[in-house]
Ligand binder design. Structure first.
Ligand SMILES: Nc1nc2c(ncn2[C@@H]2O[C@H](COP(=O)(O)OP(=O)(O)OP(=O)(O)O)[C@@H](O)[C@H]2O)c(=O)[nH]1
Ligand SMILES: [Mg+2]
Length: 240
């Protein structure tokens, strides 16, 4: 049997986006399949994905009872991917900030890596489109801060467009992963880095969402501010 890759896409009220995104992803490579993890979106995203999944065996849906955050959605998706024997597992947003055109580049890079990260700040070059300056500065500063506190040698540790080799997800105890917002991205990469996995960053062009609403909150930022110190402490005390 050939290689298979699962693109895990968490959704909350992304009805219009997901209907366009699914075909755009699937056409990029025959190895790609999709798992949408929907948190009972009030706009009916989950039902729409069920309809698409019913007629396309490459599309799958996982339904959760209510909005429980990005980190737990990904962990549920990762477990599903491991149970169903996928070789590679992607994280991807539903809002077209992550351009499906980059998917083949990830599949190429993962051949020589354990994790491939889509980087918005590769070697100091910013490839973000349409963000207000305030948001760009916050994100860029958050990355400098995370690198300073944790030592994780990445240009973009908070980005959410990534690809994991199956063995990475098997090696990380997903029950132990604590963060749920942007910190989730840092925590996954940090745990993998500490275990000696090879992380490669490829440049991506990140475009701000044009449809649907943002779920970014102060709570998510606050979590990340504290979480990096916790990660550093856990590594120092041998828990990671
Ligand atoms: N299942 C699930 N998905 C979520 C949750 N929160 C956010 N998402 C999805 O996660 C992805 C990223 O969320 P976004 O709202 O785009 O977050 P962001 O990219 O930081 O912010 P904006 O693009 O500015 O809105 C999107 O596909 C969301 O629909 C959640 O609690 N549960
Ligand atoms: Mg977004």
């Amino acid at each position: 049997m050939g290689e298979r890759a699962l693109v895990v896409i968490p959704t909350y009220n992304e009805r219009d986006n997901i209907a366009r995104l699914i075909p755009a992803v699937l056409e990029k490579d025959p190895r790609l399949q999709i798992l949408v993890v929907d948190d009972a979106s009030p706009d009916g995203t989950g039902g729409l994905v069920d309809e698409i999944a019913a007629s396309d065996p490459r599309v799958h849906a996982l339904h959760r009872a209510g909005k429980m955050g990005l980190g737990t959605a990904y962990r549920a998706g990762f477990r599903w991917a491991l149970e169903h024997e996928y070789d590679y597992v992607f994280e991807m947003d539903a809002d077209f900030s992550h351009d499906p055109a980059h998917l083949p580049q990830f599949l190429e890079a993962i051949v020589d890596a354990d994790i491939v990260l889509g980087s918005r700040y590769r070697r100091g070059k910013v490839t973000v489109v349409n963000w207000p300056m305030s948001r760009l500065l916050l994100s860029y500063a958050a990355n400098l801060y995370a690198r300073f506190v944790t030592g994780l040698p990445l240009d973009d540790s908070t980005g959410g467009f990534k690809c994991f080799r199956r063995s990475v997800l098997e090696a990380i105890d997903l029950e132990q992963v604590r963060s749920n917002g942007y910190a989730f991205q840092i925590e996954m990469s940090f745990r993998a880095w500490k275990k000696g996995f090879r992380i490669v960053e490829i440049p991506i062009v990140f475009t701000d969402r044009t449809e649907g609403e943002s779920k970014m909150s102060k709570k998510i930022v606050r979590e990340a501010v504290w979480m990096v110190w916790r990660l550093r402490w856990w590594a120092l005390t041998g828990r990671i």
